[in-house]
Design a protein around this ligand. Sequence first.
Ligand code: C5P
Length: 245
Amino acid sequence: MTARPARPPLRERVIVALDLPSAPAALALADRLGPACSFVKVGLELYTAAGPAVVAALHDRGLRVFLDLKLHDIPNTVARAVARAGDLGVRFLTLHAAGGPAMLAAAAHAAPPSLSLLGVTVLTSLAPAALGEVFGRAVEDVGAEAERFAGQVGGAGLAGVICAATEAERMRRRLGPEALVVTPGIRSAADAHHDQRRVRTAAEAFLAGASHIVVGRPVTGAPDPRGALERIVAEAEAAVAGPAG
Ligand code: C5P
């Protein structure tokens, strides 16, 4: 059996998606979460509203930042954006694997060692019928499509992938023990699914081979966000038998 690579404790690999409309809203939530949270995701909404300043303010609070911009453009444009993200000091940055091998290779070349690039395979909101409409052909197995994209991500030398937890196991097999496998679409049995289609619990995601999970609305929309996050972490830690995960 291949040895598992050394990773930070599980609780430091639970990333909270700060999908909020402004810097004050995001920083207030980060402050409410306190030490329960060490890694946050800044996505399209917050970055469009508040830009590099909110990333700096999160860094000032000692948080690690995942910049989820899902870049998809010509190789030169993406490479230059990757370099600027590196300047911001963020740890993770996403790009769409569908941008193609040249785009992925240019991005990998432009990233500083401190920045891990993650390829988005298939959005967790896409069910087979919707993906079939995008591709213009029938899709039976979304996981197989995600794995095809993951092959391109691995081939270009990116650090890992974003995928649904339902695909984490095959991604881990495909990409090996060192790869980052980051799974959004995390819901407990009682949670609303919202627009997510392929959901799993935090525990299931880690057990399936996720290195990190991303949790948004189950935390940001909870009356007690810190309590909600602590419950998710505790359940996952118990399931994987220990905080080292
Ligand atoms: O609120 P929820 O837990 O559904 O948030 C999931 C987060 O993960 C959102 O910020 C979304 O943009 C992001 N994401 C996703 N599916 C992907 C990549 C990122 O849901 N494939």
